[in-house]
Structure formats: C-alpha cells, structure tokens
Design a protein around this ligand. Structure first.
Ligand SMILES: *Cc1c(COP(=O)(O)O)cnc(C)c1O
Length: 413
C-alpha cells in the first residue's frame, strides 16, 4: 500500500462535516494545538460572553443579576446542557465546584448508601486526584474503608460483594483506553455495589450514556474537550433514583431545601441540588456555557468518527515516517477502544515535547516518559496531523530535543 500524503489529508479535510467548527475557536495563528484534552481553547463566543457578564451583568446589574441574569440557577441550567451530552435526564446533573470536590461528594454519598460494605474499588493507574480523594475520604470516615486497587484488565473479576463502590475513569488519562462502561456497571449492579464514573476525558468527545448503562454517579470537568476555560466548574450526575437518599457531607446553604428561608438548621434539598455547597464562580460558569453550546451543536456520531480517524491517522503516520526513532505506542491500536488522545512512549519524551512546542506543535508530557497528544475533532484537521508529524520528524532528525534548554522541567507539564 502506498504511503499517506499531505494531499490525502487535504482531501479528508474537504470532506469533513465538522470543518466549520474550527473558526468558532480563537487559536493563535500557526499553532497546532494538541492539548484540547488538557485545556480546550477559548470559543470566540466565550470571549463575547465574558465581556457581557463582566460589564452588563456584574457591572450594571450588580446584585440584581442573581435574579435577572439567572445566576442562581446556572448550576441547574448548565447541568441540563451537560445532561444531554452524557445521556442523563434533565434535573440529574449540576455544574458546580471542581472534579476533585465533586468526586469527594459523590463518593461520600455512595459509600454511605452501602454502610455494611468496606471496599472502594479503583484502577491503580488512574488519574491520581481520584485516588487521593478516596484515600482522604477513607481517612476521614473512620469506618475501616479499604481502597482496593486493580489493573484495568482485572476490574470485572475484582468486583464482589465486599465492594461498596466501583469508582473508575472511563477514558484513561495517559493511554486513552476506554473501559467498557456498560459491562462494568452491569457487573457492579449484580454485586449490589454502586458505580461512580469519571468522565473527564470522555465528555464532549466519546459518546457516553450514563442512564442506558444505569450508572449511579458521575463527575467530569468542562475545561478539557468542553472548552469551558481554565478551572471552569465541573459537572456531577446523580441518578434520579437516589434523590432524597444520596447525601453529601459539605452541607452548605446552596444544598438546603430552601436556601433563602435562612433557617438555623440544615435540611437537605430532595433532588440533585443537595450536591451543591456554596456560592458558585459565576464568571467562570457563565463563560463555560459557550463551550457547552458548541458541543451540543456538533453531531455526536461525526465527532466520534473524526476522533477515531484523526488518532488513527496519527498512529499510521508515526508508523510510516518515524519508525527507528524509538517511539512506542502506549494507546490501544484498535480505535474502538481508544479515546481522543494518543500517547507515545520515548525515553526523551520531555525534551521532544518541548522541542515540538517551540515549533508550534503543542502537546504535553506525562511523567515518566509519555508524549500525549489530544485530537479534538472540532478544531484539529487531518492536515494538522500531517504537519505535526512532519515537525516531529524534523525534531528527531536534527536532535533538537537534546539541547539543554529543553531539559529543566516546568512546574505544570
Ligand atoms: C483532568 C482530570 C481531573 C481533574 O480534576 P480537578 O479537580 O479539575 O483538578 C480529575 N480526574 C481525571 C481522570 C482527570 O483527567
């Protein structure tokens, strides 16, 4: 078979039904941005919205805007938008706080619904904050909770009747492997345990249907593929069947049944609002809506199809053009099992990532030896992938990654 050419990529771009979305984002000219899986770029609509919320809603409306601009309802109204993206019903999702904090809340709620069981089952290679939050919760609860770690292939076998909660990430943050949410959640239910899914690397790019899978709880962030902005509020899903019973411990006034009655004692809201704690970062939240609206307009099937093709193209091009440079693929070869980012392992990964960044190809380094590139289908084109591989080849050929200015690590990789 003949090798892939840049012309082949240009043809794919011309036929791409999502090509028009590229112009909705403000990305520096010349930059190829493969970090949409870490911090999505700003939608142009977000820049307009930011000005409006600062000048009009905050500046002119001041405190009235809690009502006139519906600020108080934003966790619900934006939660309803996320619900459509993850297969939840209206009223089951909130936008609030961070993923870490939401994980603490839903994990607390879940373990308290299984008071006689002692195990939280997690994947050992998961994004560390999830492990840390579970460990902190176990230390706090004083009921001899055990965090049991398993590797990704042994999850189903590790689910038994000692398990209270199975807490997993749908798309792995380094490898991009997708776990079988339907099968694992079914096994979890059979064992009488509850499921908590982290959708950070799925929401907006890999189809998710939490209710079809009968998931109990889910969390995820909006600053990755949902382009909400740095530190934009995360989301949280609680299946409606748990309303009135699932209780989280950060019992602030926003989670009260009647916040503006200012009662002395806490009385929980009987729906998902119990998962709220206090006043929300309204500026950040208002701006995040622009990214959600873009995602809702994009056809899910086309997004998934393009994502599989982009990551596949990259893997093929690395195979064709960069063999002999010491790269190994650390992501599934089968695109059905792969999310929207690809990891390559190389013992000089940090230097290579820095050299690529200096050539306007922005990806990230994940310790100890991974080059991780995210292929966000709404703004990455097939020719972008071609051009990035071309620049990678240049970097490898001229040994640029060996230069000492690429050696000292930054704080944020
Ligand atoms: C990005 C990510 C997080 C982020 O948590 P924050 O509280 O927003 O810092 C959590 N879990 C996973 C799996 C992630 O990929």
């Amino acid at each position: 078979m003949r090798n892939i050419s840049r012309q082949d990529c240009a043809i794919l771009d011309r036929r791409d039904p999502l090509a028009g979305f590229r112009d909705e984002f403000d990305i520096p000219a010349g930059m190829i941005y493969f970090d949409g899986n870490s911090l999505g770029p700003p939608p142009r609509a977000a820049l307009i919205r930011a000005k409006e919320v600062l000048e009009k809603e905050w500046g002119e409306g001041l405190v009235k805007s809690w009502n006139t601009a519906n600020w108080f309802q934003l966790p619900r109204t934006l939660g309803d938008k996320v619900a459509k993206i993850i297969g939840a019903d209206q009223g089951e999702v909130l936008l609030t706080d961070s993923t870490s904090i939401n994980l603490h809340k839903v994990l607390s709620a879940a373990v308290s619904l299984r008071p006689r069981r002692r195990v939280i089952l997690m994947e050992s290679g998961n994004f560390p904050t999830n492990n840390y939050i579970a460990q902190g919760l176990a230390a706090q609860l004083n009921r001899r909770l055990e965090i049991r770690f398993t590797d990704s292939v042994s999850i189903a076998d590790a689910i038994d009747e000692s398990v209270a909660v199975v807490c997993l990430t749908h798309v792995h943050y380094i490898s991009g492997s997708i776990l079988d949410m339907a099968a694992i959640t079914a096994k979890t239910r059979q064992a009488g345990a509850l499921s908590v899914w982290d959708l950070c690397h799925s929401a907006g790019v890999v189809p998710v249907d939490v209710n079809a899978c009968k998931v109990d709880f889910a969390v995820g962030c909006t600053y990755k593929y949902l382009n909400g902005g740095p530190g934009s509020p995360a989301f949280l899903f609680v299946a409606r069947r748990h309303n009135g019973r699932a209780r989280q411990p950060l019992t602030g006034w926003w989670g009260h049944a009647d916040p503006f009655a200012f009662e002395r004692d806490y009385r929980p809201a009987h729906d998902v609002r119990q998962m709220l704690s206090g006043t929300q970062p309204i500026l950040s939240m208002a701006v995040a809506e622009a990214g959600l609206d873009i995602c809702l307009r994009a056809d899910t099937t086309s997004v998934r199809e393009k994502s599989r093709k982009l990551t596949g193209l990259f893997i093929d091009l690395i195979g064709e053009r960069c063999s002999g440079f010491g790269f190994t693929l650390a992501s599934p070869l089968d695109s059905a099992r792969r999310g929207s980012h690809v990891s390559l392992e190389h013992d000089q990964a940090y230097g290579i990532v820095q050299a690529l960044i200096s050539r306007q190809v922005v990806g990230d380094f994940r310790a100890p030896s991974n080059i991780r590139l995210g292929f966000a289908p709404l703004f990455i084109s097939y020719t972008d992938v071609w051009d990035a591989v071309e620049r990678l080849l240049e970097v490898m050929k001229d040994g640029q990654w060996r230069r000492p200015n690429h050696a000292p690590p930054n704080t944020v990789t």
